[in-house]
Design a protein around this ligand. Structure first.
Ligand code: SF4
Length: 392
């Protein structure tokens, strides 16, 4: 086996100080809500034992899902780990579990509620664990855009496609308008399907996934894509621009993946000769073009599993996952693409104190932080989700 001497090194300024521990409200955050519980102290040395005991007491009544971007202290209690789509599937595949504790962010828990039975309860240990990208597309704004398309006479040509990373409201809107949900793994298939049903796609909320898929995987030009800014009248576009566009991209992005730059790629290539740059398609278009490989979270995990010993990789995705992959593959040099910290702060809202609190509440017979999607929204969101599942 090749010996690699420099494996994981924490980026400069890595800071647990950045990680919000969920006490108090944060009006600027996605949900701006307080955790109603009496949380254990983060420094409590008994937290692991308390989580273990509470989980054991609940037995098969509880199923804990852990997204790849979660902290290690939380992931160790997950019954299954995965990306948002895999976790939603896993939740749906466990109809006997009374409680689904979702260690992820709000839109994921909503999808789990939509895909599970009415008897199951989905719990998000900290309600402030939102997603800044999902919150960049608000239903009222999207409806305003659609009405504008109707006024222009183009709505019948437009098929809406929303990334999994969107609220249930937006998925419901897409289902009502004969569209489809996609993930970063199947975005090309979803766009291909959409273009079989219309001549334009309205892609929500991640402009980068939409642009990267349309241009790099489907052969569209950048000029075929326009950017709809919900904060400007008419999206900041002329009527002719909207009529001519093939792909109308919503002006949303991931604040984590949006931090990577072409300079990050150039810098790591200079520092590590022969390095392979592997990025997520939520990264900016110029960054994806500068990288060697692009793929979803699950793709990144498979690529690093399959990489040869001694190879070097700079990975552009969330830091918790990159760190875990580096530690899991000591025979490969796996590093974070950027020198600065890039945790997803809302994913990190779910910490061990919140998980312990949620599990202990369930043991005590109380259901904390239940996530529910209203029936009408859930029904139409399910139409769009089922359409995605039906894609070949
Ligand atoms: S990494 Fe980006 S898309 Fe994922 S939850 Fe965080 S902000 Fe949202």
């Amino acid at each position: 086996m090749a010996v690699v001497t420099s494996i994981w090194a924490e980026p400069a300024n890595t800071p647990t100080a950045l990680l919000l521990l969920g006490r108090g409200t944060d009006p600027a955050s996605e949900r701006g809500v307080d955790c109603p519980g009496d949380l254990p102290a983060p420094s409590d040395p008994d937290l692991v034992a308390r989580a273990t005991a509470a989980k054991a007491a609940l037995g098969d009544r509880v199923f804990v899902l852990g997204h790849h971007y979660q902290r290690d202290e939380v992931i160790q209690f997950a019954d299954v780990t995965g990306d948002s789509f895999r976790l939603a599937q896993q939740a749906a595949a466990r109809p006997d579990a009374e409680f689904i504790v979702f260690c992820g962010v709000h839109f994921m828990a909503e999808s789990a509620d939509i895909l599970t039975t009415a008897a199951q309860r989905v719990i998000l240990p900290d309600l402030a664990a939102g997603c800044s990208m999902a919150d960049m597309a608000v239903l009222g704004q999207v409806q305003t855009a659609w009405e504008h398309f109707e006024d222009l006479g183009i709505a019948d040509d437009v098929v809406p496609v929303t990334y999994m990373n969107s609220s249930a409201d937006i998925k419901g809107f897409v289902g009502r308008n004969q569209g489809v949900v996609c993930t970063s793994s199947n975005a090309k298939r979803a766009l291909t399907w959409a273009f079989e049903h219309g001549s334009k796609v309205f892609f929500l909320p991640d402009q980068h996934l939409g642009r990267n898929t349309a241009v790099l995987e489907m052969g569209f030009d950048l000029d075929d894509c326009v950017l709809y800014d919900p904060h400007k009248p008419g999206g900041g576009l002329t009527d002719d621009q909207l009529r001519d566009a093939r792909v109308i991209l919503w002006r949303g992005h991931c604040s984590v993946h949006g931090r990577f730059t072409v300079d990050s790629v150039r810098e790591v290539r200079e520092r590590v000769p022969g390095v392979n740059v592997l990025v997520h398609p939520e990264c900016r278009h110029d960054v994806v073009r500068a990288a060697d490989q692009v793929g979803s979270t699950e793709y990144i995990i498979r690529a690093l599993d399959a990489a040869s010993a001694g190879s070097s990789w700079a990975v552009g995705t969330e830091l918790n996952l990159v760190r875990r992959l580096a530690l899991a593959h000591p025979d490969k040099q796996i590093m974070f693409l950027d020198r600065t910290v890039c945790y997803c702060s809302t994913m990190n809202r779910i910490d061990l104190p919140h998980l312990v609190w949620a599990l202990e509440e369930l043991v005590a017979g109380r259901v904390p932080n239940q996530i529910t999607v209203d029936g009408d929204t859930a029904r139409y969101a399910r139409v769009a989700l089922d359409q995605m599942l039906a894609l070949a």
